[in-house]
Design a protein around this ligand. Structure first.
Ligand code: ZN
Length: 248
């Protein structure tokens, strides 16, 4: 697993597209997506109010306050990675501050390797930092008065960085049963008796090559296959990539 700063997926694959045979893509966008930046502010309000109201408590320990504020995001990402480890999924990289637009986009993310996930796994992958860093500290705060303020601070700090995770979970919970989850997209199988083929077409960072990889999902197992073939969709994507990057 690599830890990367100030880079997002575009750095690794300037363009990457997926198409599939025997399946239909299910969109993740709803009204909630439109209000993401508003939600970021809404989730930050409890934290700001809490710090301002209890500033006298934290004032005497500014260093610890800074350390907690600074460490919450990396620990949040480690929790996502930890769930991948629990679920037996590989993590490709952990990216910090990947976008300049930090209000409308995540401030960090974990990129698991390409694989098929079950619904409860994608829900738990998104929710794991919320459970470990917001729910658990809130419960502990009830039983541990000396650390109560610090536990609540961790809980609220993490809540403010969990907006995008919680929005994803709300979307996933609304999805019907029996879908295939790939984190990057979700598929509904057309004919359950036939295998699903997923084509991944990517451009290398040097913009000198187009990679076409095929995966087959059959009998609940996803495998990469050497039988790489073109479809009208893959041909169109490759042509689009070539035109965009002036490739031969
Ligand atoms: Zn997260």
């Amino acid at each position: 697993m690599k830890i990367v700063f100030f880079k997002n997926e575009e750095h690794f694959h300037p363009r990457i597209s997926y198409t599939w045979d025997n399946a239909e893509g299910i969109g993740l966008k709803t009204k909630l997506t439109k209000y993401k930046s508003l939600l970021v502010f809404a989730f930050a309000v409890p934290l700001l109010v809490f710090v301002v109201v209890n500033y006298e408590t934290f004032k005497s320990n500014r260093l610890l306050l800074l350390a907690v504020a600074f460490l919450t995001l990396p620990v949040h990402e480690i929790c996502h990675a930890l769930f991948c480890w629990v679920a037996g999924k590989k993590v490709e990289r952990m990216c910090f501050f990947p976008y300049k637009q930090f209000i409308t986009k995540p401030t960090a993310y974990v990129r698991p390797a390409f694989d098929v996930w079950k619904k409860y796994q994608v829900v738990l992958f998104n929710l794991f930092p919320f459970i470990i860093l917001s729910a658990v500290p809130s419960v502990l705060a009830i039983f541990c008065p000396p650390l109560r303020m610090w536990l609540l601070l961790i809980s609220l700090l993490n809540l403010s960085t969990s907006v995008f995770d919680i929005v994803s979970v709300i979307h996933y919970l609304r999805f019907p049963k029996g879908l295939l989850y790939f984190l990057h997209f979700t598929l509904k199988v057309t004919d359950a008796k036939k295998p699903v083929t997923i084509h991944r077409i990517a451009v290398t960072p040097k913009l000198d090559k187009i990679y076409h990889t095929c995966f087959v999902y059959s009998e609940n197992v996803l495998t990469e296959t050497k039988n790489v073939y073109d479809t009208p969709e893959t041909i169109a994507i490759k042509q689009e990539f070539k035109e965009q990057f002036n490739m031969e």
